[in-house]
Write a protein of this length. Structure first.
Length: 237
């Protein structure tokens, strides 16, 4: 579905991605691991067509269609959902307002688009906080809202940048459950994670990024049994 081939990107003169190739198919979770500052967010941002970093080489296609030169709203209309790192929300908009913006007017990719009610069913806590503003939500609640709104465009592929960052173990478990359900429903997910065990609990395949290059790929079970790789690239002792 989503194919990234030979992708390079730079912030000005500083190259941040070096010929990265990976793909995400329907119904699978692909985990992208790597230590701080290795280029994971840069990869996801480039795929979403965001202004920085700038793509310098390579191609990205979704269902065979090129994303070349498309603005990010067009990319999301092609069925690519995005949950940014740090759950960007609007401080002054309520939970309901965040979701209502997406409830109408989306023309493409609406097949499988979640309704506000479905978001509230999946995350009952959000319903209890329906009139709370973005800056009045806890980190976990913000994460639920960020995931919920990304599903309202009816994505076929979801790019999630560290969705469990800063969450307590109960919330981490909730996010893992949601990911498993989404995967079962046929969604393809690119999951950027620092939380190794959470990623391995849901991933079908794993890639490791080191200074902008993919340096290892394999199955979760292979990674768990590979002490050298865990130590070298993820700092696990
Ligand atoms: N706007 C920017 N301008 C210049 N350099 C940047 C910018 N954003 C990130 N970088 C640099 O690009 C490199 C990769 O950053 P990136 O945010 O992609 O890493 P990451 O793997 O997502 O890290 P983390 O796990 O901490 O989120 C880092 O060296 C970072 O300092
Ligand atoms: Mg990041």
């Amino acid at each position: 579905m989503l194919k990234i081939k030979g992708l390079s990107a730079a912030y000005g003169e500083a190259q941040v991605l070096h010929e990265v190739s990976l793909d995400v198919n329907a119904g699978e979770v692909v985990a992208l691991l790597g230590r701080n500052g290795m280029g994971k967010t840069s990869l996801v941002r480039t795929a979403m067509g965001l202004a920085f970093p700038q793509k310098t080489a390579g191609e990205i296609t979704m269902g065979g269609e090129s994303l070349e030169g498309l603005p990010s709203y067009k990319i999301s209309q092609m069925g690519i959902g995005y949950v940014p790192q740090g759950r960007r929300l609007f401080a002054s908009l309520t939970v309901l307002e965040h979701l209502s913006v997406l409830d109408k007017g989306s023309k493409r990719g609406t097949e499988g688009a979640w309704t506000i009610d479905e978001v509230f069913q999946a995350f009952p806590r959000l319903k209890e906080r329906i009139h709370h503003k973005g800056n009045q939500l806890s980190g976990g609640e913000r994460q639920m809202l960020a995931i919920g709104r990304s599903l309202m465009i009816g994505p076929s592929v979801l790019l999630m940048d560290e969705p469990t960052e800063g969450l307590d173990p109960v919330m981490v478990g909730l996010v893992e459950d949601i990911l498993k359900k989404l995967k079962q429903s046929g969604l393809g997910i690119l999951l950027v994670e620092q939380n190794l065990y959470s990623a391995l609990a849901v991933a079908d395949r794993v890639f490791i990024m080191e200074t902008g290059q993919l340096v290892w790929s394999g199955l979760p079970s292979e990674l768990l049994n590979n002490e050298e790789t865990l130590h070298k690239y993820l700092g696990v002792h």
